[in-house]
Write a protein that binds this ligand. Structure first.
Ligand code: ATP
Ligand code: SF4
Ligand code: MG
Length: 316
């Protein structure tokens, strides 16, 4: 990547209260003004990676991680200092992310700092208009249940952009919406990302969307990163058997006009049932003895294309 690195995340481990790994050995870099897409099947650890960065992990979970945010001589390391200021998040399900007891205006006003009441209201209404809500004054006084799913998601996007963040994490922001509404929401996020000059971490199942949005892609499986690199490397020259399988099935589905993350033979292991060694080994046609014993290390090439596989060179 050519831009400056804005965020560096190192997750040693995230575990359940009884000691099972949910995430382990993850390194992520985010550069200024880029869109980094995180893909992977359900249960691979995408959302928890986002919650970890936000310092929003559930209380029953223990985490060993560190992050560094750096921009224009400002360096911050604590999620609590970053959350809601430098880094914000758009959640998957707008109805659960919004409090049904408070109006949209009351909830969005909490994201504004340092302005008086009248200025805050003006700022919130302006931002509601920025996210394409025409009757912003009415929406300001509405409760979440009085809005459609698409309008609620727009209100949540406004909430994420109100503090003028440097990084926005969008966790599958369109899965709860129907296709036409979803496409408007994606264009909105893309346009805001460009006009505000932020960096975007976009979590998605849908390779159709990822293909259009990503500068770089991180492929997660079994609570760790299997492969990461530029969109051209990941979709054009995938190295990991999991990515190769995803890509092959995606291409087949695309030929039939269906672009969602396709299914691969077998299933994603649960955190309490994670296989020893490479988490993908029970589903991998290239697995060898060592794959069932040890977690493969990460290998990186000169283009920062990384892969976690013992045998990737044998099928290049
Ligand atoms: N509070 C928790 N306690 C124990 N395990 C959890 C908890 N929250 C999530 N998990 C487990 O951690 C794993 C990763 O969950 P996560 O929600 O990050 O997956 P995901 O990749 O976002 O999946 P999806 O695509 O379905 O949203 C899953 O196996 C999930 O069951
Ligand atoms: S390490 Fe082994 S099991 Fe894992 S993806 Fe590579 S070949 Fe397959
Ligand atoms: Mg998730």
């Amino acid at each position: 990547m050519s831009g400056n690195r804005i965020l560096k995340i190192r997750i040693n481990s995230v575990k359940t209260a009884d000691g099972y790994h949910i995430l382990r050995d993850i390194d992520l870099d985010l550069f200024e003004k880029e869109t980094l897409c995180i893909i992977g099947e359900s249960g691979s650890g995408k959302s928890l990676t986002g919650y970890c960065i936000m310092g929003l992990l559930p209380p029953n979970i223990t985490a060993d991680f560190n992050l560094t945010f750096s921009k224009e001589n400002e360096i911050l390391n604590s999620p609590e200092k970053l959350r809601g200021r430098k880094i914000t998040m758009i959640f998957q399900e707008p109805m659960t992310a919004l409090n049904p007891l408070f109006t949209i205006g009351e909830q969005l006003s909490e994201s504004v700092r340092g302005l008086n009441r009248a200025e805050t209201k003006r700022r919130v209404i302006e931002t509601l208009k920025d996210v394409g809500i025409k009757n912003a004054e009415k929406v300001f006084h509405s409760y979440p249940h009085q809005l459609s799913g698409g309008m609620r998601q727009r209100a949540l996007i406004a909430m994420a952009f109100l503090p003028d963040p440097s990084v926005v994490i969008a966790d599958e922001p369109t899965t709860a919406l129907d296709v036409t509404v979803a496409s408007g929401i994606l264009s909105l996020i893309n346009n805001l990302k460009k006009t505000k000059g932020i960096s975007l971490i976009f979590i998605s199942h849908d390779l159709n969307i990822v293909e259009k949005m990503a500068d770089r892609i991180v492929v997660m499986y079994g609570g760790t990163v299997m492969e990461a690199g530029s969109i051209n490397d990941i979709l054009g020259k995938p190295l990991h058997p999991y990515t190769i399988a995803i890509k092959r099935l995606f291409d087949e589905r695309k030929a039939n006009n269906k672009g969602h993350l396709p299914e691969i033979r077998g299933f994603v292991p649960s955190v309490r049932d994670m296989p020893k060694g490479c988490p993908f080994n029970p589903r991998c046609e290239f697995a060898t003895e060592i794959c069932r014993k040890e977690l493969p290390p990460v290998t990186e090439d000169a283009n920062h294309h990384t892969v976690r596989c013992f045998n990737y060179k044998s099928f290049l």
